[in-house]
Design a protein around this ligand. Structure first.
Ligand SMILES: Nc1ncnc2c1ncn2[C@@H]1O[C@H](COP(=O)(O)OP(=O)(O)O)[C@@H](O)[C@H]1O
Ligand SMILES: [Mg+2]
Length: 265
């Protein structure tokens, strides 16, 4: 809109013809898209469609087989050593199963990386951790260990841990899938607040309420390909693709569509 002519903003994340193969199996099959800075993109699709792999390729938890992923306009596939570490420091990752260190307190889980990788003093790292615990609604829980926290609280600690590195991008891989239903809302509320703060987010999730309210775009993966990449309104209210219609129907009413499938069989 008000961008000067000829100067396009550099995307935060850009996939150019990305492939990932595990041996003979092609799990990401020529994916291209760009995510602008500050955008929130929800990635959904059936189990095994490549959602986790797509997220893991972005911060190089997995290595791509072909193509290129650019972060802030810079190709990253050649990165090794210190440059790869720097790349990873700028991209937070929140896992389905939290992946907290069980022998460390909430505060210690959060301060570990800032102390080791950013060289923060204990006092600086502790102050940052306590402010973040406050931000995710866990002000009084700094000295508790993961086993003393509920799943929703553990996931909020994991989000605080990611935020502690002050990343420009945060990747979430099914952050609420391992939670009891009553804890999903508290985690989504924290993610919503982060989205509003302008952080670029890629969120693998089947929480369609979150997708509809928070996402700038919804990307649907099927068999390692992008089947749809649209605004949430189009995705939910104007969905033309039968494959995605079926997927959405099943999410909204799993029991009912199971009955239909069984009746079909
Ligand atoms: N480390 C691995 N080795 C071999 N195959 C893998 C590995 N990780 C994932 N895959 C395969 O890649 C495909 C996509 O997996 P994944 O990205 O985890 O899908 P999703 O997150 O959508 O369920 C699946 O068929 C899975 O079995
Ligand atoms: Mg997955």
């Amino acid at each position: 809109m008000s961008e000067p002519k000829g100067i396009l903003p550099v995307p935060a994340i850009e996939f150019r013809g990305v492939y990932k193969r595990w041996g003979e199996t092609e799990v990401i099959r020529g994916i291209s898209f760009a995510i602008e800075k500050g955008q929130v993109v929800v990635v959904c699709g059936p189990s095994g469609s490549g959602k986790s792999t797509l997220a893991r390729l972005i911060n190089r938890l997995d290595t791509l087989s072909d193509g290129e992923i650019l972060i802030n306009g810079a190709p990253t596939s050649g990165f090794t050593g210190r440059r790869l570490q720097k790349l990873r420091e700028g991209i937070g990752f929140v896992f389905q199963h939290f992946n907290l260190y069980g022998h460390l307190t909430a505060r210690e889980n959060i301060t570990l990386a800032p102390r080791k990788l950013l060289g923060l003093s204990s006092a600086e790292a502790n102050a940052r951790a306590d402010a973040l615990l406050e931000r995710v609604g866990l002000g009084g829980k700094a000295d508790l260990k993961p086993a003393q926290l509920s799943g929703g609280q553990q996931q909020r600690v994991a989000i605080a841990r990611a935020l502690a590195m002050q990343p420009e991008i945060i990747l979430f891989d099914e952050p609420t899938s391992a939670l009891d239903p009553e804890m999903i809302g508290e985690v989504l509320a924290v993610m919503q607040e982060i989205a509003r703060s302008g952080t670029t987010m890629v969120v693998v999730t089947h929480e369609m309420g979150f997708a509809r309210e928070i996402a700038d775009r919804v990307l649907f993966l099927d068999g390692g390909r992008v089947l749809a990449d649209t605004a949430p309104e189009d995705f939910f209210d104007n969905q033309k693709h039968p494959r995605i219609q079926r997927f959405l129907a099943q999410l909204l009413s799993p029991a009912q569509s199971r009955e239909v499938e069984e009746a079909d069989a």
